[in-house]
Design a protein around this ligand. Structure first.
Ligand code: PLP
Length: 442
């Protein structure tokens, strides 16, 4: 045991790891002796068991690769669920973060933060937006989007317009308002009355959107490609139709590009490929390259209600996050970077289509855009994710029985070829064992 870290009056405060142990914790055996009853459930660690984690841990990452604690190397096509767009331990990002860490970590929004002003200016220069609010996650970015549209209507003299039309299969985060926006029963159940003000309609159904517009509607909120919902791409004419409806009815068009943004689909933002501009947009994930960072971007008009005191975040615009965000943009906006992403995406998609043809009993379809691609599984998608992991290829399950392929944007041709070899082996193995799932749909 170390000497006490501090002494406070007569009470010694020990280093946490040296506290006298009242409970037995053995992480190697993943067993914990709990303080109280657990209704017969096994307690495997002191983490609240909200995740169905795989028993696999990594000690370091290098580009598209993760190295497990037992030394095994995995090709990471989850990218931390579309976060590590530039791969793991990108030297430029590491150097930027270290350099900022030597200067100042946090000052709060009581003061000007030059890195934040620079990042906001660059994001606005590259998009439809005039203004940015920085936060720490996707859900917070989407909370800000919801507040912006409601406050816009209020500031426009239409305070009764507060409802937002959202889409079945959507995912906007895990806060109470973003859960209500996503409208998924499985996530809302047990958490009391959902936050009011969201009207859900089927994804892609313009007539349903028209019918849902009422005297209280404030905005339409959509992911240009539903990621968690199963890599479902919104058709351009549908997005154009939403824009027209918003313009006709005085509504704001809000995009959630938390998953699709920062190069994932081959353009900086997915909306830029279809040419339909939103009024307000939430981003997060890849803009921080692994450092927690989110942002709400909006036009000056859409943001007109967000005056001093209407919103805030202690950690938002933190210099460390802002520095990394700027470093991410340095790379993603460098000439040729997105061209290479598009070339990699075409190659990967072609090779995945070959896999679908070769393993039609395992892969029903390939869909998505850029490097946000989904394999529609014939059997349960979880079995395909497991089979891929057994081949040391990491992929993420999504709704609609889809397996998401999210390689880092810096993926090399040789690594795509390696992934295809592993998919081929995994699918081949599944073919011998799996039962076709009659409900699989392209
Ligand atoms: N919006 C979309 C489209 C997402 O994919 C996610 C997360 O997966 C979120 C919002 C929530 O982001 P976060 O988990 O950072 O709160």
């Amino acid at each position: 045991m170390h000497a006490p870290l501090l002494t406070e009056g007569t009470r010694a405060i020990q280093c946490g790891s040296c506290r006298p142990q009242r409970r037995q914790i053995s992480f190697s055996a993943l067993s914990v002796e709990p303080k109280g009853p657990t209704d017969g459930r096994a307690v495997t660690s002191h983490l609240l068991p909200t995740y169905a984690r795989v028993d696999l841990a990594f000690e370091r990452g290098e580009g598209a690769w993760l190295v497990a604690t037992n030394g095994e190397r995995y090709l990471d096509f989850t990218s931390g669920v579309a976060v590590n767009g530039l791969g793991h331990a990108h030297p430029y990002l590491v150097a930027a973060l270290k350099a900022q860490a030597d200067k100042v970590w946090h000052v709060s929004n009581l003061f000007r933060i030059s890195e934040a002003e620079r990042l906001a200016e660059r994001l606005c220069a590259e998009t439809f937006a005039d203004l940015a609010f920085f936060c720490n996650s996707g859900a917070e970015a989407m909370e800000c989007v919801i507040k912006v549209v409601r406050k816009y209507q209020y500031a426009s003299g239409r305070p009764e317009h507060y409802r937002i039309i959202t889409f079945e299969g959507a995912f906007h985060g895990r806060t109470l308002a973003t859960l209500a926006a996503g409208g998924q029963k499985k996530y809302l159940e047990g958490f009391g009355p959902p936050v009011a003000g969201f009207d859900q309609v089927p994804f892609g159904d313009l007539d349903a959107v028209k019918a849902a517009i009422g005297p209280e509607t404030a905005a339409i909120l959509i992911e240009p490609i539903q990621g968690e919902g199963g890599v479902r791409v919104a058709a351009t004419p549908f997005l154009r139709g939403l824009r027209e409806l918003c313009d006709r009815h005085g509504l704001l068009l809000a995009f959630d590009e938390v998953q699709t943004g920062v190069g994932r689909t081959g353009s900086l933002f997915a909306y830029q490929r279809c040419g339909v501009e939103p009024d307000v947009m939430g981003i997060a994930k890849a803009i921080g390259g692994g450092f927690p960072l989110g942002a709400c971007l909006c036009t000056a008009d859409a943001g007109k209600g967000m005056t001093a005191g209407t919103h805030g975040s202690t950690f938002g615009a933190n210099p460390l996050a802002m520095t990394v965000g700027n470093a991410v943009l340095d790379i993603v906006l460098a000439p040729g970077f997105l061209d290479k992403v598009r070339r990699s995406a075409i190659l990967f998609r072609q090779r995945l289509a070959e896999m679908r043809d070769r393993h039609a009993g395992v892969i029903a379809a390939v869909r998505g855009e850029g490097l946000l691609l989904g394999l529609v599984a014939v059997g349960p998608n979880g079995a395909l994710v497991d089979a891929l992991r057994a081949e040391k290829l990491l992929a993420a399950a999504a709704g609609d029985n889809v397996v998401r392929m999210l390689p880092p944007l810096i993926i090399e041709e040789t690594e795509i070829a390696e992934a295809i070899t592993r998919i081929d082996r995994a699918a081949g193995r599944l073919e011998q064992t799996s039962q076709p799932n009659a409900e699989a749909k392209p």
